[in-house]
Write a protein that binds this ligand. Structure first.
Ligand code: GDP
Ligand code: GDP
Length: 434
C-alpha cells in the first residue's frame, strides 16, 4: 500500500499550502457540485518518484489543554497511523513553544518525523534554520511551499526508503481488488462476511501471510477477487472481538489500493455528511465505484421513497455508479453487487482506440456543435486515450480552453453511453493545438 505522509504543525505555518502543492489539488473536479462538503485534508500525492497519500492534520495549537487532550481527535489519530510525519515550522516566525510540544509528542510516540522549515523565500536560510537546531531533529529540510522551492527534493528524499509500488501486471493474480468503504456501523463487516460466505466462494490461504492479512483472495463463479480488509473486519465478524476504532487512514489506503470501491451506506440513517466526504474522496482517486444502500430490510415504503429521492438529489456527482439496495444481514441483493463490480472493473480498464474515440467525438460535434466564441467556432478535432483506470480521454482542438463546462459534460455522457462505460468516472482533458 502507498506510504502515508502526515503534515503536522501550528496553524499558519503553511501546511495547506504544502498540501495543495503535493496533491496538485484537483479541486475543479469536485467544485462543480454544490452541496458536496469536501474534506480537504486527504489527498493523493502526485508528481513525485512514487505515489503516496498525504494528510493535513489541521493546526495543532499545543497550549493549555496540551496535546494529550487533543489525542482524541481524528487528526491526531491520522498522525499516529501515518508512516512518516513532516513537522512544519515557520522559518520567519522562528521557534515557538508549541513546536517543542509537538516534537515531544512525536518522540513519546516514537514517530518517524522530519523537520520542515517553511517560508525561507527572501530570508537567510541558514539563519532561519539555526533557530530550530535545538529541537534536535535528525532530518531537516528548508522549503518555500508557496513557490515550490525545495519541495520535490524533500519529498523524494522522504519516499526513498519506501518500497517501489508493485506494478499492476504483477498483481494480476489478485483479480479484482475490492475495498468495502463506509462509516462505522453501516454494515461493512456483515457485508464482507456475507460476500465471503456465499455459496461457491473459495477463499484462498495466501502462503507466507498470517491470518491478519488485509488481503483476502477468493474465487467466485470462476472469477478471482481480493477483498481489502481494512479493520480486521473478517476476524471481528468471526470471533466477536472488540470492535476496532474506525480508521480513516486505513479506509483511504484501501480505497487507493482497490480497483473497485463498494461504498456502503446505512439506508436507515439516510445520507449523512460523512458518507459524502468519503464519496468525494473516492471520486478524487478516480476509482471505480458501486454504491450499496444497506439495511434495506424492514424499511417501510415511505422510508424507502424518502431515501430514493434523497439519493437522486445528493448523489448526482457520482451518477456513473450503480446503486444497489441490499440487506447484508439477510444476503438480499449481495449477488447482484458482483455484476456491477465486474462491469465497473471492465469499464475502468477498457482500452480505447484513437479511431473509436475520434469517431465518437466527431459524431457528438455533428449532433450538437459547441457555441461560437467571439465569432469563431470552437473546433474539436480528434481524441485519444491518455490512460485508463479511470479512463482518460484527451481531446485536441482550437480554443478548447473556452469550452463550456456543460459541453464537456455532454461529451463525457456521450463517450460513456456509446462506449457503455459504467461504474467508473471518466476524465476528459482538453488540449489546445496551435
Ligand atoms: P496552515 O494553517 O498551516 O495550513 O497554513 P497555510 O498554508 O494556510 O499558510 C499560512 C500563510 O502562510 C498563508 O498566507 C500562506 O500564503 C503563507 N505561506 C505558506 N507557505 C509560504 C512560503 O513558503 N513562503 C511565504 N512567504 N509564505 C507562505
Ligand atoms: P461496520 O461497522 O460497518 O462493519 O458494521 P457491522 O457490519 O458491524 O454492522 C453494524 C450493525 O448493523 C450490526 O448490528 C449488524 O448486525 C447490523 N446490520 C448490518 N447489516 C444489516 C442489514 O442489512 N440489515 C439490518 N437490519 N442490520 C444490519
Amino acid at each position: 500500500m502507498k506510504p502515508v505522509i502526515a503534515l503536522v504543525g501550528r496553524p499558519n505555518v503553511g501546511k495547506s499550502t504544502l498540501f495543495n502543492r503535493l496533491t496538485r489539488s484537483r479541486d475543479a473536479l469536485v467544485a462543480d457540485f454544490p452541496g458536496l462538503t469536501r474534506d480537504r485534508k486527504y489527498g493523493e500525492g502526485l508528481g513525485a518518484s512514487k505515489p503516496f497519500i498525504v494528510i493535513d492534520t489541521g493546526g495543532l495549537e499545543g497550549g493549555e489543554q496540551g496535546i494529550d487532550f487533543a489525542m482524541a481527535s481524528q487528526s491526531l489519530q491520522a498522525m499516529e497511523e501515518a508512516d512518516i510525519v513532516l513537522l512544519l515550522v515557520d522559518g520567519r516566525a522562528g521557534l515557538n513553544p508549541a513546536d517543542i510540544q509537538i516534537v515531544d509528542h512525536l518522540r513519546r510516540n516514537n514517530k518517524k518525523a522530519c523537520l520542515v522549515v517553511n517560508k525561507i523565500d527572501g530570508i537567510d536560510e541558514n539563519v532561519a534554520n539555526s533557530d530550530f537546531y535545538s529541537l534536535g531533529m535528525d532530518t531537516m529540510f528548508s522549503i518555500a511551499a508557496s513557490q515550490g522551492r525545495g519541495v520535490s527534493s524533500m519529498i523524494d528524499y522522504v519516499l526513498a526508503d519506501f518500497p517501489e509500488p508493485e506494478a499492476e501486471e504483477d498483481r494480476e493474480e489478485q483479480g479484482i481488488r475490492i475495498a468495502i468503504a463506509g462509516r462505522p456501523n453501516v454494515g461493512k463487516s456483515t457485508l464482507v462476511n456475507r460476500m465471503l460466505g456465499e455459496d461457491r466462494v473459495v477463499v484462498y490461504d495466501m502462503p507466507g501471510t498470517t491470518r491478519d492479512s488485509v488481503y483476502i483472495p477468493y474465487e467466485r463463479h470462476g472469477e478471482r477477487y481480493t477483498l481489502i480488509d481494512t479493520a480486521g473486519i473478517r476476524r471481528r465478524g468471526k470471533t466477536k472481538e472488540t470492535v476496532e476504532k474506525f480508521s480513516v487512514v486505513k479506509s483511504l489506503t484501501a480505497i487507493q489500493d482497490a480497483n473497485v470501491v463498494v461504498m456502503v451506506i446505512d439506508a436507515r440513517d439516510g445520507i449523512v455528511d460523512q458518507d459524502l466526504h468519503l464519496l468525494g474522496y473516492v471520486l478524487e482517486t478516480g476509482r471505480a465505484l458501486v454504491i450499496a444502500l444497506n439495511k434495506w430490510d424492514g424499511m417501510d415504503l415511505e422510508q424507502k421513497d424518502r431515501v430514493k429521492s434523497d439519493i437522486r438529489r445528493r448523489f448526482s456527482f457520482v451518477d456513473f455508479a450503480a446503486i444497489h439496495f441490499i440487506s447484508a444481514l439477510h444476503g438480499t441483493g449481495v449477488g447482484d453487487l458482483y455484476k456491477s463490480i465486474n462491469k465497473a472493473y471492465d469499464s475502468a480498464r477498457r482500452k480505447l482506440s484513437t479511431n473509436q474515440l475520434t469517431r465518437i467525438l466527431q459524431d457528438a460535434v455533428l449532433d450538437h456543435s459547441p457555441s461560437m466564441i467571439n465569432g469563431r467556432r470552437i473546433k474539436l478535432k480528434y481524441a485519444h486515450t491518455g490512460g485508463h483506470n479511470p479512463p482518460l480521454i484527451v481531446i485536441h482542438g482550437n480554443q478548447t480552453d473556452k469550452l463550456p463546462a456543460h459541453y464537456k459534460r455532454y461529451l463525457e455522457k456521450t463517450f460513456r453511453d456509446v462506449l457503455d462505460l459504467q461504474g467508473t468516472p471518466i476524465r476528459i482533458e482538453l488540449r489546445q493545438d496551435s
